[in-house]
Design a protein around this ligand. Structure first.
Ligand code: TYD
Ligand code: MG
Length: 445
């Protein structure tokens, strides 16, 4: 048998070469190659005898669809409705979930809370490669956790797998994947190869024992996500934990084999951990003592399966050199340019010599057609200096011809706006076009 040779792999993108190179031809990173020794043994996966009824011999033979057990793939509640919502209706048995986010955002807190709230009976295994057992215990005390959790402070994958096989948990949490390593692949944890190998071993175990697996991964602001990025293809669900305004945290699915990716989970970080948000509709509304300034407009946004009221803010200033630019992180810049162009055409209001800044209060990104109309009103208000009358909210898509098009769930948007005290709700139902609605709102005939 041919002897396997040592390889060199880019720690940034995973590109592999037989020789060491200074610059990676795959991603262009310098000094990123590390030596990968050939693996000595094969996977340590036990052949059968787990919680699952599926032995390796059966798994390699085709099965009759009618004879397949549906025990695998059933869900149980996480004990936190915001997590259930994002996962698509509960935690799926046997599924692997990647939880990414910046360091310090609250991933470990969220996972420790999940360990105690899940409704499945049986042992929970929390593998901690970053925090000591004492640190975890202190956090658990602070969070008021009562459930017995099995804490394993270990980073070598084979030792971890042994404990998984012994315990046969109902939930496995790995915090974080970047700390795991296999000695056969070198001692450096966090390389693309280590992350891929160790995670795939754990994903295999999750399937074997039909228990959910949560893999925590740090993703830095600078986009240093090479390791976690390769995991996105291997897992069933990818969740990102993000900052909202101040203490608000958003849990967002970017991939979900078992549900929609439109839902967001909303939490607030407190002294005693993460609390689910009780009144999400008004969470992003700006509470002011005085009048609403020009350049702002409230939108009723349909996010996932609920309506959230959000304030869209716009600012226009003369562009330097006459070249218009759009600065908008929370709403797609192309949407902003399009809405500004329709306004310019229909209302003879120039935007093409302006720099346009757009923001959404509360730090949430929105990508929904219904934001066209509130965005148009905020832009108009910013450009003219005329305020949108207080108590006004709206939703509507704008066509290139300047019509206001219907949007889904208008009745629920109208009701939520009314519940939140907005007396005037402008929508495709009560206006005939962009020009008409602007004239009505801003008081022209
Ligand atoms: P952590 O869960 O450790 O973040 P990550 O695992 O994503 O790195 O959370 C760290 C932050 O959360 C830290 O700044 C302290 C804060 N925190 C609270 O405000 N309240 C709490 O109850 C806990 C446990 C943490
Ligand atoms: Mg952590």
């Amino acid at each position: 048998m041919a002897k396997e040779k040592t390889r060199f792999e880019c720690s940034s993108c995973g590109h592999s070469e037989p020789k060491w190179l200074g610059k990676c031809p795959g991603c262009g990173t310098w000094n990123s190659f590390i030596e990968i020794k050939p693996a000595k043994g094969s996977s340590t996966r036990p052949s059968a005898g787990g919680r699952s009824s599926k032995g390796s011999a059966d798994a390699s033979r085709p099965q009759k669809l009618s004879g397949i057990s549906t025990e695998e793939g059933t869900r149980f509640p996480a004990g936190q409705s915001e997590i259930d919502r994002v996962l698509g209706g509960g935690v799926m048995r046997g599924a692997s979930v990647l939880v990414g986010g910046e360091p310090g955002i609250g991933k470990s807190t969220l996972m420790l809370q999940l360990s105690s709230t899940i409704t499945a009976d049986g042992p929970v295994l929390y593998i901690s490669g970053e925090e000591s057992a004492a640190q975890l215990k202190m956090r658990a005390d602070r969070l008021g956790i009562k459930r017995e959790i099995n804490v394993l402070c270990e980073t070598e994958i084979n030792s971890i797998l042994k404990q998984v096989d012994r315990l046969k948990p109902v939930l496995i949490i790995t915090d974080s994947v970047q700390t795991l390593y296999n000695t056969d692949l070198g001692m450096v944890a966090g390389t693309v190869n280590q992350i891929k190998f160790c995670s795939s071993e754990l994903i295999d175990r999750a399937k074997l024992y039909n228990c959910p697996l949560f893999l925590v991964a740090h993703v830095t602001k600078e986009g240093n996500i090479a390791g976690p990025k390769v995991l996105e293809h291997m897992v069933d669900t990818v969740l990102y934990f993000e900052h909202g305004a101040s203490d608000v945290r958003l849990l967002r699915a970017v991939k979900n084999r078992f549900g929609s990716i439109d839902e967001i989970g909303l939490f607030k970080m407190s002294e005693k951990g993460l609390n689910q948000v009780d009144e999400p509709a008004s969470l992003f509304l700006v509470k002011r003592k005085g009048e609403q300034p020009a350049g702002t407009c409230t939108a009723a946004v349909y996010e996932g399966s609920r309506v959230l009221m959000m304030e869209i803010q716009a600012l226009t200033v003369p562009a330097k050199g006459g070249l218009s630019r759009v600065f908008s992180e929370k709403i797609d810049g192309r949407r902003v340019s399009r809405v500004a162009a329709v306004l310019e055409k229909n209302l003879s209001l120039r935007f093409s010599d302006q720099d346009i800044y757009v923001n959404v209060a509360g730090g949430i990104r929105i990508d929904e057609v219904g934001t066209d109309l509130p965005l148009a009103l905020a832009l108009y208000s910013a450009r003219t200096g005329i305020q949108v009358p207080s108590g006004t909210a709206c939703s509507g898509e704008i066509s290139l011809a300047g019509e206001i098009m219907p949007v889904a769930h208008l009745d629920r948007r109208t009701k939520t706006a009314a519940d939140m005290g907005f007396k005037n709700f402008v929508s495709p139902e009560n206006t005939s076009g962009l020009k008409d609605s602007i004239n009505r709102i801003f008081g022209k005939n």
